[in-house]
Design a protein around this ligand. Structure first.
Ligand code: SAH
Length: 240
């Protein structure tokens, strides 16, 4: 089920880091690498640093947006060097690996890493259910990108050694994927504006708070369909 876990790098600028990431992944039996608008890929420096993990590197999927890289994932974890405000529930690497391990039994999971210079934006973290922070020296908390990938891949590998290997049947309870969740949030926002609960000129943090609430619940597809149905009924009542 490790094959259900992907590593996503957002706009990496150094090809060496892409290669080192591929190597860090393969060492821990992970193989699915996604690159969102990499500055230089393919590149000889990436191949040199991959040293033997060329298969992972060559099979990397390049997308032009983070949401495209996450569309079919149900659990998305964002790795952040900085501790943000309380908008995102936070996990340490071990907890993150346990979540990833559990979710990957039935669906796809992404671990997202940010740019070398600026990390992940708040809008990008909005696509993540959890933020993962690697505890370290508080005065020097930014690890090299591939080193951060290594820590998380190791924890995932270790968590898999522990995980009970019972076969799980996929029943009706299929979790909603990111594409469905993003469509739901757009619908919710439109309806809230429509009923004048949300003022688009003064949105404050309402949508971020609501995302956090629904992300915590990790709704199933059928539940999202019910919620969308309710929103459509409200839209109709308001003549939309
Ligand atoms: N200067 C950037 C740090 C970028 S480091 C910033 O302040 O955000 C590049 C990426 O490596 C980060 O976006 C994050 O995904 C990962 N990373 C680095 N250090 C980390 C840490 N201590 N915990 C979790 N992820 C980390």
């Amino acid at each position: 089920m490790l094959s259900n876990i992907r590593i996503v790098l957002v706009e990496p600028s150094h090809p060496g880091n892409i290669g080192a990431t591929a190597r860090a992944m393969k060492n821990m039996s992970l193989e699915h690498l996604y690159l969102v608008s990499p500055e230089k890929y393919p590149h000889e420096e990436a191949s040199a640093r991959a040293s033997g993990a060329d298969d992972v590197l060559d099979a990397a999927v390049v997308t032009d947006s983070l949401s495209a890289a996450l569309a079919d994932c149900t659990l998305v974890l964002g790795a952040s060097a900085r501790l943000r405000t309380l908008s995102w529930p936070q996990l340490d690497p071990r907890q993150a690996a346990e979540h990833a391990c559990g979710a990957s039994q039935t669906s796809r999971v992404a671990i997202v890493f940010g740019r070398e210079r600026t990390g992940l934006s708040n809008a990008e973290l909005d696509l993540c259910q959890y933020l993962v922070h690697i505890p370290c020296n508080e005065n020097f908390s930014s690890l090299n990108l591939a080193a951060a990938v290594q820590v998380l891949c190791y924890e995932i590998f270790a968590a898999y050694q522990q995980y009970p290997r019972q076969a799980q049947s996929i029943g009706d309870n299929i979790p909603a994927d990111q594409l469905e969740m993003q469509r739901f949030y757009r619908h919710l926002e439109d309806t809230l504006v429509n009923i004048e609960f949300l003022d688009p000129d003064q949105p404050k943090k309402l949508m971020r708070r609501l995302r956090r609430l629904f992300n915590r619940a990790q709704p199933e597809q059928t539940e999202i369909n019910i919620l969308r149905g309710i929103l459509s009924a409200v839209d109709k009542g308001y003549g939309k």
